[in-house]
Design a protein around this ligand. Structure first.
Ligand code: NDP
Length: 337
């Protein structure tokens, strides 16, 4: 069994030296256990937080431990009554080829699964994050202007497309002309602005002539600076992620602008609400699964993946994710399906 462990904690952006590939003999299942073969491993921005020991909403990965992560795996040996060899399962095996499990936390997806990797993206955690955050916190209404950054990733692309289904004018923000073209031509956004453009703030203002009613926050930093002055009275801001800050080692230089933020929140009566999707795995998950399956089948939601072959490529691919190197949901194909 090959596994990638956290070798040491990163200072700033993660580097290859923070990871180590180890090998160990394949474990054998005891009675009540099963052996899982990871087929797809999800790489997600939150993993940067797990590499650091700063206080957060969950415990960090310890030095020498296997990096955590969601997987879609196949049962290759079973001594558990509820699982058969060949079943697909949604697991949390982390960055490794195999995992011994007693079934805790597993979801059995059955032997016949059309798009196994979608369970890590549009039909899984990132898709549910978009659905819950936009509909329940963002409360979008027809005719309103919705802005979302990281617009071609699994969360942002889904947010924007649900916004179009609701009837919003949707403006994306993405890194580079190719991603922006994709958001408009393929995903059906009304506009998409390149956050690397020199006149990004002016372009964003021009694309939002009626201001912004819902800003789904994925990135923070300079993008948020450009959004804040455009927010309308009673705008809603679901705070989902701040990926531009995850590698930061200190607060940015300059005057303290928290007073400006709070005065804007007051006079514009803003609703700014952070959320962690782990808190919401309740009844809304059923609504999500029903709606998203129907939207995908009807072609109303499109989904793009970037699949990287080989567990050993995971560190490099993950480093790229934090800088926009991915185009679509980043997934590692760990084993054959
Ligand atoms: P993505 O696949 O969209 O990857 C992150 C993207 O962020 C990059 O591709 C890049 O896109 C963009 N980005 C990186 N750095 C910057 C920067 N400095 N300025 C602007 N954009 C930047 O990831 P996900 O869709 O999986 O996640 C999106 C966000 O949602 C993340 O912040 C993540 O942490 C958060 N999240 C939160 C959850 C929760 O429970 N609250 C659950 C799941 C995700 P580009 O090239 O277009 O700039």
């Amino acid at each position: 069994n090959r596994r990638i462990v956290l070798a040491c904690r990163p200072e700033g952006a993660p580097a290859a030296a923070n990871f180590r590939l180890e090998e160990e003999p394949l474990p054998q299942p005891a009675e009540g256990q099963l052996l899982l073969r990871s087929v797809y491993l999800s790489l997600d921005p939150y993993m940067r937080g797990r590499m650091s020991d700063a206080p957060s909403y969950v415990e960090p990965v310890q030095i020498g431990e296997t990096m955590v992560g969601g997987t879609v795996s196949k049962v290759v040996e079973s001594r558990h009554p509820d699982y058969e060899v060949g079943d697909w399962v949604l697991a949390y095996s982390g960055w490794q080829d195999y995992e011994l499990s007693d079934s805790t936390g597993l979801t059995n997806l059955g032997a016949d699964l059309q798009h196994p990797s979608y369970t890590l993206g549009v039909l899984g955690m990132p898709g549910f994050t978009a659905y819950k955050g936009l509909l329940d916190i963002g409360e979008p209404k027809p005719g309103e202007t919705l802005v979302v950054a990281a617009a071609t990733g699994p969360v942002g692309a889904t947010v924007g497309q649900i916004g179009r289904i609701v009837g919003c004018r949707v403006v994306g923000i993405a890194g580079g002309a190719e991603k922006c073209r994709y958001a408009v031509d393929e995903l059906g956004f009304d506009a998409c602005i390149d956050h690397r453009a020199e006149d990004f703030a002016e372009q964003l203002a021009a694309a939002c002539p009626d201001g912004i009613d819902v800003y789904f926050e994925n990135v923070g930093g300079e993008v948020w600076d450009a959004v804040l002055p455009l927010l309308n009275d009673f705008a809603r801001v679901p705070v989902c992620g701040l990926v531009s800050q995850y590698n930061a080692t200190s607060l940015p230089e300059g005057p303290d602008r928290s007073g400006l933020l709070m005065s804007q929140a007051l006079v514009k009566r803003l609703k700014i609400q952070g959320f962690i999707i782990l808190d919401h795995y309740g009844p809304r998950l059923d609504d999500f699964q029903r709606d998203m399956s129907a939207w995908l089948a009807a072609g109303k939601i499109k989904y793009r993946e970037e699949i990287v072959d080989g567990l050993e490529k995971a560190p490099q691919a993950f480093m790229g994710l934090l800088e926009g190197g991915n185009f679509g949901k980043l997934v590692v194909r760990v084993g054959a399906d």
